[in-house]
Unconditional design. Structure first.
Length: 319
């Protein structure tokens, strides 16, 4: 493996992944089992990264188990279970991450980065829904390992309080409403037979009971007209309904950029959470897609939206 040795702890994670697969009576080891193994191992750098990013690991485990459900495979110890092609890709990407970071070993942190970098597997999608991006995880890994390049200006999202305020004092957690919204975004993509979660799906999602609707109300935007325009611009995809799976619908690069901008906006407003209002700011700030154009056509500007967000959260941000 090109001289990249897996540490005892990362080997333990892979063993636990096999045990998790066997426990669920699955006939393969997928990215979801590797993530379950990382969570179950609980003491490596990857576990510390997830803790510092305020990820509810019990919730992730519950989401995976609820989604994949119990399989019908023959009970075993998991020793002979094959890796899926995506799980193999994760291991390759983990070695690539180790090489890029000048590490001569593959630890649990590299497995976590590999899961995120693979992008399309269930593990990556669950982590993204929990508010974790590859850039955030890589930055926190470097910070924990004491690397100087962790202080290069990347967002510091560590901290233990999900409701703390103040620049650099708390983690940036996705609110329950926006987590539900991201689920809605995927459901919209599936319903429209789309192969990706696009910016349009994100807008439709934040219109479902998040603070973004209050922002539009303050800005006197005709939400129904905006939603109708976005829906008309999306159309039906060509992917067969039978082939669609909730966690098999990845985000486009533009949609992921929107979520990164949303976290940046939350940080800029001194908010330690990311809600629908911040995703709205991210959509406007991304600026290049049809959705951003539709929002601008409604007379909405980035500055006016920021002011409306601060009006909704008085005392929780700075101008």
């Amino acid at each position: 493996m090109n001289g990249y040795n897996f540490t005892d702890r990362s080997r333990k994670v892979l063993q636990l992944a096999r045990e998790e697969s066997a426990r669920l009576q699955h006939e393969y080891v997928g990215t979801e089992h590797i993530l379950l193994g990382l969570i179950r191992e609980g003491e490596g750098v990857a576990a510390a990264v997830l803790t510092n990013l305020n990820v509810d690991q019990d919730e992730i485990r519950g989401t995976i188990e609820e989604t994949v459900k119990q399989g019908k495979g023959v009970a075993s110890d998991g020793a002979d279970l094959p890796y899926t092609s995506r799980a193999v890709k994760v291991l390759e990407l983990a070695m690539s991450e180790a090489r890029d970071l000048d590490h001569s070993y593959v630890g649990t942190e590299h497995l976590l980065l590999g899961l995120l970098r693979e992008e399309k597997g269930m593990a990556a999608q669950v982590l993204i829904d929990a508010g974790v991006t590859l850039e955030m995880a890589r930055h926190e890994t470097l910070r924990l390992l004491g690397r100087d390049d962790a202080r290069s200006g990347a967002p510091q999202v560590h901290g233990s309080s999900p409701v703390s305020r103040g620049r650099g004092t708390g983690g940036y957690n996705f609110t329950d409403k926006i987590r539900e919204g991201l689920q809605v975004a995927r459901e919209e993509a599936i319903r429209l037979h789309n192969e990706y979660v696009e910016t349009g799906h994100l807008l439709l999602a934040i219109l479902q009971g998040t603070e973004a609707t209050k922002v539009f109300e303050l800005l006197r935007v005709d939400v129904d007209a905006l939603e109708e325009r976005v829906r008309k611009g999306m159309g039906m995809g060509k992917r067969g309904q039978g082939a669609l799976d909730h966690f098999d619908v990845p985000y486009t690069s533009r949609a992921k950029k929107v979520l990164e901008y949303a976290m940046a906006e939350a940080r800029g407003l001194d908010h330690s959470f990311v809600g629908g209002e911040h995703v709205l700011l991210g959509l406007i700030r991304e600026g290049e897609g049809d959705v951003a154009e539709a929002i601008r056509a409604s007379g909405v500007t980035l500055e006016a939206t920021r002011a409306a967000v601060l009006q909704i959260h008085p005392g929780e941000g700075t101008s």
